[in-house]
Design a protein around this ligand. Structure first.
Ligand code: CMC
Length: 434
């Protein structure tokens, strides 16, 4: 962050003194006006619900240009990382450390993560406390938060080594917890991780093996899962990441912060969108029902949205959606599901929406979740677990952002202010007079 030559001046129509504010330049992207002295000088706050124009921090992890449809992790375009950037753990290393690993660094990192994949044996008692039909996100909020009770040796957030160990633990144990949530929901025994498998292959093993039959690894499907993880690994200061940062700003431990991120991700406008997109397709049912559905979407009073379409930042296209669409075709081809009715319905809906004036004028394009639900369904992942897979992928982004925040000398506890529109001071009346 460097100072710009230009300064911003805020003036008032009532003749109050104006305020000059510094402007900082990022490496790329919009400059920011430093308003930190605004309240002390003028007694006013800024008003920006939804943070439409507010940079809450400086960061060197992920950059998005919504108009260009560009997503960079540490400067590398997502298209290159997804195609030539190695597996998900290479992306994890990049997000955490700022550089792609060389062969020796990669080997060491993979070994470290692999050696932390088991969870404390007592964790299974937490799972057993849940109803079998509990939503996996509720189970994950609880069990990830509970990890803090087991790993006291890495909770000192002021110790860089503790932060590193917690980061590795979270990345390593998330697949185990997500798979345990699934196994519990279907009444099958938990499956322990296998250290001879890759991160994604091991996850599929824990999901789909049983004591009676091992899961046979399919390279195309493992690659597809790996791509889902890479595409969802980080996404700048989105709602769940900001939640993690805000929770962490008070000094909360990393397991609690990630549990807070999972809670936020659960919402249908964020991580719940892939689950909602698939449920929407199932509800529409057939291509003939699309026009009626589109009519409802356009009716503001219906409350119906085209899930998997639109994005707060991407107003041209979502680069992740393009890559996910490719993977979608690959997986359906591999499994001989090209004629899957749900996929055909999705393609018809996508075509109609992309040509419709309502969507075109509002710059609404398919986002990554429009396709990731179809891919996950083809991989055999149940709909209710889709957001859990998103949480698994995003854990590395959350923890990288959390680590960056803790080591930022400008870090302060997050404390937004408000425009108060409630009652002025008034006196409490005795009950008979109210
Ligand atoms: N279906 C129908 N209309 C929509 C949709 C949609 N999916 N998204 C936006 N609009 C309309 C909205 O009603 C508004 O219309 P008008 O100008 O007439 O009032 C206009 O488009 C602008 O929308 P907005 O609400 O100002 O956009 P936003 O930036 O606040 O919302 C969003 C972004 C992602 C919350 C929203 O597009 C949405 O709810 N999409 C569906 C849910 C979804 O797919 N979410 C996944 C996002 S990608 C995964 C992630 O990064 O978490």
């Amino acid at each position: 962050m460097t100072n710009s030559e230009i300064k911003a001046t805020l003036s008032f129509s009532d003749g109050s003194p104006s305020l000059e504010m510094p402007i900082y330049k990022g490496t790329v992207g919009p400059d920011v006006i430093d308003i930190r002295k605004l309240y002390a000088t003028t007694g006013m706050f800024t008003y920006d619900p939804g943070f439409m124009s507010t940079a809450a921090c400086n960061s060197s992890i992920t950059y998005i240009d919504g108009d260009k449809g560009e997503l960079l992790y540490r400067g590398y375009p997502i298209e290159q990382l997804a195609v030539n950037g190695g597996d998900f753990l290479e992306t994890c290393y990049l997000l955490l450390n700022g550089e792609l690993p060389n062969a020796v660094e990669k080997e060491k990192f993979v070994a470290t993560v692999t050696n932390h994949t088991m969870v404390h044996e007592q964790m299974q008692f937490f799972f057993r406390g849940f109803r079998r039909d509990a939503h996996p996100m509720s189970v994950l909020v609880g069990t990830v938060g509970a990890l803090a009770s087991f790993y006291h040796d890495s909770l000192d957030i002021n110790d860089p080594h503790h932060r590193e160990v917690s980061a590795i633990r979270l990345i390593a144990k998330m697949p185990t917890l997500v798979a345990m949530a699934y196994k519990y929901s279907i009444g099958q025994p938990f499956v322990y991780p296998r250290n001879d498998l890759s991160y994604s292959a091991n996850f599929m093993h824990m999901m789909f093996s049983t004591p009676c039959a091992p899961y046979k690894t399919n390279e195309v499907l493992v690659r597809a899962l790996d791509r889902i993880l890479i595409l969802h690994a980080d996404h700048e200061q989105n709602a769940s990441t900001s939640t993690v940062r805000l929770a962490g700003s008070s000094g909360a431990n990393p397991f609690a912060c990630i549990a807070a991120g999972i809670a936020c991700l659960w919402g249908p406008a964020h991580g719940g969108a892939n689950e909602a997109a698939l449920s929407m397709l199932e509800e529409i049912g057939s291509v003939d029902h699309i026009p009626e559905f589109i009519r409802q979407v356009k009716d503001k009073n219906s409350g119906v949205k085209l899930m998997g379409f639109g994005h707060r930042v991407y107003k041209n296209y979502d680069p992740r959606a393009k890559l996910m669409r490719e993977t979608c075709y690959e997986v359906l081809q591999e499994l001989g599901l090209q004629d899957d009715p749900l996929f055909k319905l999705a393609m018809a809906l996508e075509k109609i929406a992309l040509e419709d004036e309502y969507f075109v004028s509002r710059k609404l394009y398919p986002n990554v979740d429009f396709y990731s639900g179809i891919v996950q369904r083809a991989l055999g992942i149940p709909t209710s677990l889709f957001t859990g897979i998103f949480a698994l992928a995003r854990t590395v982004g959350w923890i990288a952002q959390w680590k960056e925040m803790i080591s930022d000398p400008e870090q302060k506890i997050g404390r937004p202010r408000q425009l108060f529109v409630g009652s002025q001071t008034r006196d409490v009346q005795p009950i008979e007079k109210r």
